[in-house]
Design a protein around this ligand. Structure first.
Ligand code: DSN
Length: 425
């Protein structure tokens, strides 16, 4: 146990033993399992340090030089540093680092550029989009007129014929590309071409792939999409938060939509941690990391295919794998629960054209950002696929007693891959 961690645990244990115990238990859980949730990661100790600082004490509604509270000398510098790092990492003209998370960031885009009732073309949730891309249950589906595109049944990839037909027929004011369950490269140029044809604003949600874009292993939306949103905690490996980026021309309405349109004071401790994560993302070793995420995903996908798993689109170009369990005779939910009991954490997910219900769908979604941070490489992927196969088969056959021994093997395996923020000794 490092000194800093020991001190923190001691202080917290003195002040609040219940919370200290629960955090420690969660640390052990994160350490002892293979975390394949596609939207999660392990942040560095430096990112965690910045998050846990006295910056949480400060209110700073407004923007640098234009705040509604005094005492902003330091906060202004921190926010400006985060902004300049975001601009440098992503090569954008404008960045706003205040959004609390991905959904509020996306809502700010609607507020900035649309009127209630305007038509928006986005990828449907069951096809790989996000709630905020116009799903019926979301404010974006209730207050705007969503038109939704999907993927082709034969390829599992975005159906650009459909995107274009819908765009021409519906004349959306905004087209959204990107999503939460897309295993393939997003073709920003093609979306831009269609958006230009119908004079729509192109908005790219790169929450899942931001780290891959920063690391140069996924094409950038810059130059194609005028507005870009991302969370900061997925492949980008920062704290829980979000950013909006845009051309200079789109900057003003975007900033106004975040504050005062939707939010109050930014979370300054998060802003500082975002700045730290962006400095990490600018380093050459982050490129190596991004490359390894994709190499691991490809190796895991290949090993899973070898074990008879059916992957949407047949494989992956990025960090994410979408599995269709229809042929395995088990639903996504019981499979995900069995995998969790076996020490492999992921989420059940709808697959395109799913015949089951969203709360009991046919698929599993997994990603390699977190295990890559721990240092796992291609050589470890066949073993992970084997454990997955074993656990899913055991669950299908009603042999739940087989899961605990797998969890034991995984615990031993994980001991060789330390994580920041928790250690066993
Ligand atoms: N919850 C995120 C994900 O898991 O993809 C998206 O909001």
């Amino acid at each position: 146990m490092n000194d800093q961690y020991a001190q923190l645990t001691r202080r917290l244990a003195d002040a609040d033993p219940d919370i200290a115990r629960l955090i420690d238990t969660e640390g052990k859980r994160q350490h002892d399992s293979i975390r394949l949730i596609a939207s999660e990661n392990y942040v560095s100790q430096a990112v965690m340090d910045a998050t846990g600082t006295l910056l949480t004490n400060k209110y700073s509604e407004g923007y640098a030089g234009r705040r509604y509270y005094e005492g902003q000398q330091v906060i202004d510098e921190i926010e400006e540093l985060a902004i300049s790092r975001a601009k440098a990492v992503f090569g954008v003209e404008h960045a706003n680092v205040q959004p609390y998370s991905g959904s509020p960031a996306n809502l700010a885009v609607y507020l900035a550029f649309l009127q209630p009732g305007d038509t928006v073309l986005g990828m449907s949730l069951p096809m790989g989009g996000h709630l905020t891309h116009g799903a019926k249950v979301s404010a974006t589906g209730k207050w705007f007129k969503p038109v939704q595109y999907g993927v082709r049944a034969d390829t599992g990839r975005v159906d650009f014929d459909q995107v274009r037909e819908l765009a021409l027929a519906e004349r959306p004011k905004m087209i959204i590309c990107g999503g939460t369950a897309i295993p393939r490269t997003v073709d920003f140029a093609k979306f831009a071409e269609i958006a230009a044809e119908v004079d729509a604003l192109l908005f790219a949600d790169i929450a899942h792939i931001a780290g891959l874009v920063a690391g140069g292993v996924h094409p950038t939306p810059v130059g194609h999409a005028e507005v870009i949103s991302t969370t900061t905690h997925k492949t980008l490996r920062g704290p829980r938060g979000a950013m909006l980026m845009s051309t200079a021309e789109r900057a003003k309405p975007l900033d106004k939509a975040v504050f005062p349109g939707l939010q109050g004071g930014p979370h300054n401790h998060t802003t500082a941690a975002v700045a730290v994560a962006l400095a990490e993302a600018a380093r050459p070793d982050f490129r190596t990391y991004a490359n390894q995420i994709v190499a691991n995903a490809k190796a895991l996908a290949a090993a899973m295919v070898e074990r008879g798993f059916d992957l949407v689109s047949g494989g992956t170009d990025n960090h994410l794998i979408l599995v269709d369990l229809t042929g395995k005779d088990i639903g996504g939910k019981p499979a995900a629960k069995a995998l969790d009991a076996a020490g492999i954490e992921l989420n059940f997910n709808t697959v395109p054209f799913d015949r089951r219900k969203p709360l009991d769908p046919s698929g599993l979604r997994l990603g390699t950002a977190a295990i890559t941070t721990r240092g796992m490489t291609e050589q470890h992927m066949p073993q992970i696929a084997a454990w997955m196969d074993e656990a899913v088969t055991a669950a299908r056959d009603g042999r739940e007693q087989a899961l605990a021994p797998i969890a034991g093997q995984i615990r031993d395996f994980c001991a060789d891959f330390p994580i920041p923020g928790w250690s066993a000794s």
